[in-house]
Design a protein around this ligand. Sequence first.
Ligand SMILES: Nc1ncnc2c1ncn2[C@@H]1O[C@H](COP(=O)(O)OP(=O)(O)OP(=O)(O)O)[C@@H](O)[C@H]1O
Length: 256
Amino acid sequence: MPKLQVNHLSKVFGDPKNGGVVALDNVSMDVTEGEVVAIVGPSGCGKTTLLRIIQGLETKSDGEIRIDGQPTKGVGFDRGFVFQQYGLLPWMTAKQNITFALEPKKIPKQERIRKAKEALEKVGLKDFEDSYPRQLSGGMQQRVGIARALAIEPDILLLDEPFGALDALTREVLQNEILRLIEEMRKTVIFVTHSVDEAVYLADRIVLMSPRPGQIKTIIPVEIPRPRAQKAEEVRGTQAYQSVRQNLWRQLMEVM
Ligand SMILES: Nc1ncnc2c1ncn2[C@@H]1O[C@H](COP(=O)(O)OP(=O)(O)OP(=O)(O)O)[C@@H](O)[C@H]1O
């Protein structure tokens, strides 16, 4: 059974009979446990909407989302979300941002603190747990965002353009960090990206969406062996990488 099933999902913002926007139209896909899936497509094609509906942050107009065969109902601890703009509470330290996110889990305070520290250590921020977001660089804030998503120990990690707000060098470093973590933890991951190279480097499959109404144009498998973390140059030099990249570019240009 697939880990995640998206079945005939549609989303209309506003009144369908009076200028409503069809953001998603009959989108279906399955994601296997441990798989890393990239969602790529032109601006406004519904990538973020799809991710937010999977997370339960947005309602659907039609269709269903199933996890382990069960229909989802709103937000759940089986899914963790990483926002492009980090989504940290500015009046809380890195550690407090994470313990706060763990509060609904109803675990003892000491356990919440332990999990927050462990997650911060995983993303290389052991010495910054008492720093406030304003005291951290963009890359560090996103590490906190990633740590917060990991601390809830989700089965599925959803990332909405997680490196989109970062400079090119930080982006490269963080790509490798997240790749190392997901390859170690074998999490099921769905991420949205505007970067063709990021999609090919990180993903097992790339879902290419076409613009309004948002539909899946094609799904491209990426048959490059793992682990790939810290091997960007090597991976990018392979024939498999180049051929997936070319294929994705060609098909992306067709929907732009
Ligand atoms: N809350 C909302 N109310 C009305 N329309 C919305 C809302 N959120 C998204 N939309 C519309 O739905 C469509 C899909 O938006 P979405 O943000 O999912 O696209 P996207 O592919 O993630 O875009 P981008 O790549 O620019 O981030 C767009 O036309 C957008 O304007």
